[in-house]
Design a protein around this ligand. Structure first.
Ligand SMILES: C[S@@+](CC[C@H](N)C(=O)[O-])C[C@H]1O[C@@H](n2cnc3c(N)ncnc32)[C@H](O)[C@@H]1O
Length: 187
């Protein structure tokens, strides 16, 4: 696990990075951790968490990466606007998940065809209107209110076309041997 809290702007966090906006330290700790775990488990390269530098989240995700392997970056940034404009400035594109956006299935092919690095934005509380204007795509995963965790999960699954479900995580300490019943792990 690389904590790029200090230098995320100049570092290469990867091709698919999640931007978690509006994180409130105590209230959102659990859900932001779930956003991070979903990002990692379903194929993203890292997560940027905006507003509060919450080391408890880093520790939880850190422990998962140590045990379950793979590369995953986590960074904190004080300003979502700086994160988004820096990302666009580096030639990347911004996919904002919102129930008000265009249906995922309508824009999916266009998004998949583009080779640009992707910053996938999910909110917590009300998302400022400026995000809708700055985003390359405003994408809805149904036009019903769901949660940021499920919106991100569905988006990543459609984006990777299911391949992320069998992704191998290098350097793991634990590996699950899938069973019809019961639990088996190596070691
Ligand atoms: C609990 S919602 C709060 C949204 C907030 N009320 C607003 O108006 O921006 C938190 C986040 O979940 C995601 N979300 C919820 N429903 C969604 C949907 N149907 N499609 C895509 N993203 C969704 C969005 O990223 C949203 O910012």
């Amino acid at each position: 696990m690389e904590n790029k809290a200090a230098n995320w702007l100049v570092s290469d966090m990867g091709k698919i990075v999640v931007l978690r906006m509006g994180h409130r330290a105590v209230r959102d700790k659990r859900i932001t951790t779930h956003v991070a775990l979903t990002a990692r488990g379903l194929g993203a390269d890292g997560i940027l968490i905006c507003r509060v530098n919450d080391t408890k989240i880093t520790c939880s995700v850190d422990r998962v990466v140590e045990q379950w392997g793979g590369k995953f970056s986590i960074g904190f940034c004080p300003s979502w606007k700086t994160a988004i404009t820096q990302w666009l400035g580096r030639g990347g594109e911004v996919i904002h998940l919102t129930m008000y956006g265009l249906p995922l299935l309508e824009v999916l092919e266009q998004i998949r065809k583009s080779e640009k690095d992707k910053l996938v934005v999910v909110g917590a509380e009300k998302v400022p209107g400026e995000v809708y204007e700055l985003a390359t795509h405003n994408v809805s995963v149904s036009n019903q209110p769901i949660s940021e965790v499920s919106a991100l999960g569905v988006f990543l699954d459609r984006y990777f076309g299911g391949k992320e479900l069998s992704k191998e995580f290098e350097g793991h300490k634990i590996l699950i041997l899938p069973q019809k019943a019961g639990k088996k792990t190596i070691p």
